[in-house]
Design a protein around this ligand. Structure first.
Ligand code: FAS
Ligand code: PHB
Length: 389
């Protein structure tokens, strides 16, 4: 089989890239290790930057998003038992939209199917070959047979634990990493949110986040040990701990109910440089990871897909290599700013066991600055709604 582009991974990065390439008339196939239902069953991000919403609208894939997504013009920071509202729209004129990653993935999958574009699910043993030359190849196993695709370009959109980045010689990569000494225990429940906007709460017991998926479905997180096991937390233990970390008004407004999903996510900052190796390009979590505190992971995946699609359109349609030569530089410039913001939000809001007294005062001073400076709040808002592509 011969295709122009083989995309590895049917998450937000791969699906967004496939849709953008399809719109440009560039032939592409997605190879996904898991089943469609398994991918849709993963509960992850919940907040879309306006740039991500704009991309979906430009693709004609935002019908459900526009009908069901919740525009949010602000969120609250909780600390020292009080709340500070961060107005997202005042200084930026923009806002974010609460709409689960599961729904974004479903909309992109459905649009891909309707357009007759191919995704191979449960593709096993995906392997990359000859990507340092002009005719890369991808092999995979399916239905007991080995398949080979010769292509012009491979897009590694296969997440942090994927095969693409692992296929590179260690000498080809420079990696940057910070692993945080804690994780997030997340719960999804069919209960109304405790607040109409998100609450990011810093507390001496640890961080807590009040989010949502709809007016009847809430998503909550509490900071936990990095090696915490979700099964060690009964629903009641979770609700009690969440309430302890919120201001009295928010705690009183929490409606409890049975969890329909409960999981622990590790927190890490990670970037691999560069993002291009011959005809192999990395995008999304395959290239970088951010702690979810800044709600950037899914949105960075969309931004990478935008840059890579532009570069590949120049390559295939205009026969120019300028775009693919510049992809890594261009994408990393935005990635590092999102890494900074996600690290800053995580450092500000979480309880670290070994902070020095000076470092604790720095956390207090950050909150004091946000309370006293509209410009400091606007800078936070600008990063949260999303920096320009
Ligand atoms: P993804 O990991 O989503 O997709 C990669 C795809 O490649 C997967 O479907 C995988 O099955 C497939 N794949 C992997 N190896 C393969 C192989 N060898 N062959 C074929 N296919 C292969 N972000 C936020 O903004 N907010 C959050 O709250 C948040 N919570 C998260 C919780 C968890 C547990 C995790 C892991 C991530 C979370 N994220 C969050 C980040 C998340 O949303 C990612 O940024 C987003 O999924 C990135 O999308 P992709 O780059 O497409 O990677
Ligand atoms: C979520 O709703 O899952 C969510 C929202 C904001 C974040 C992280 C996760 O920063």
């Amino acid at each position: 089989m011969r295709r122009q582009v083989v995309i590895i991974g049917s998450g937000p990065a791969g699906l967004m890239l496939g849709a953008l390439l399809g719109r440009a008339g560039i032939d592409n196939v997605i190879l996904e290790r898991k089943s469609r239902d398994y991918v849709l069953g993963r509960i992850r991000a919940g907040v879309l930057e306006d740039g991500t919403v704009g991309l979906l609208r430009s693709l004609g894939i935002a019908g459900r998003l526009d009908a069901e997504g919740l525009p949010h013009h602000g969120f609250a920071l909780g600390f020292a038992h009080r709340r500070l509202r961060i107005d997202l729209t005042e200084g930026t004129g923009r806002h974010v939209t609460v709409y689960g990653q599961t729904e974004v993935t479903r909309d992109l999958m459905d649009a891909r199917l309707a357009a007759g574009m191919e995704t191979v699910y449960e593709a096993e043993d995906v392997a990359l070959h000859d990507f340092d030359g002009p005719s890369p190849r991808v092999t995979y196993a399916k239905d007991g047979r080995t398949h080979e695709i010769v292509c012009d370009v491979i897009a590694g959109c296969d997440g942090f634990h994927g095969v693409a980045r692992e296929s590179l010689p260690a000498s080809a990569l420079t990696t940057f990493e910070r692993v945080y000494p804690f994780g997030w225990l997340g719960v999804l429940a069919n209960v109304p949110p405790c607040s109409h906007e998100l609450i990011y709460a810093a507390h001496e017991r640890g961080f807590a986040l009040c989010s949502m998926r709809s007016p009847t479905r809430s998503r909550y997180y509490v900071q936990c040990a990095a090696d915490e096991k979700a099964e060690a937390w009964s629903d009641q233990r979770f609700w009690d701990e969440l309430r302890r970390r919120l201001d009295p008004e928010a705690a009183a407004a929490v409606v409890t109910g049975p969890s329909i999903e409960k999981s622990v996510a590790p927190l890490r900052s990670f970037v691999a440089e560069p993002l291009r190796f011959g005809r192999l390009f990395l995008a999304g979590d395959a290239a970088h990871i951010v702690p979810p505190t800044g709600a950037k992971g899914l949105n960075l995946a969309a931004g990478d897909a935008f840059y890579l699609a532009e570069a590949l359109e120049e390559f295939f349609v205009e026969r120019s290599e300028a775009g693919i030569d510049d992809y890594s530089r261009r994408a990393l410039a935005r990635i590092w700013k999102a890494e900074r913001f996600s690290w800053w939000m995580t450092s500000l809001l979480h309880r670290f066991d070994h902070l020095t007294p000076f470092e604790r005062r720095m956390q207090d001073a950050e909150f004091a600055l946000l309370e006293s400076s509209a410009l400091a709040r606007a800078a936070l808002a600008e990063n949260y709604v999303g920096l320009p592509y």
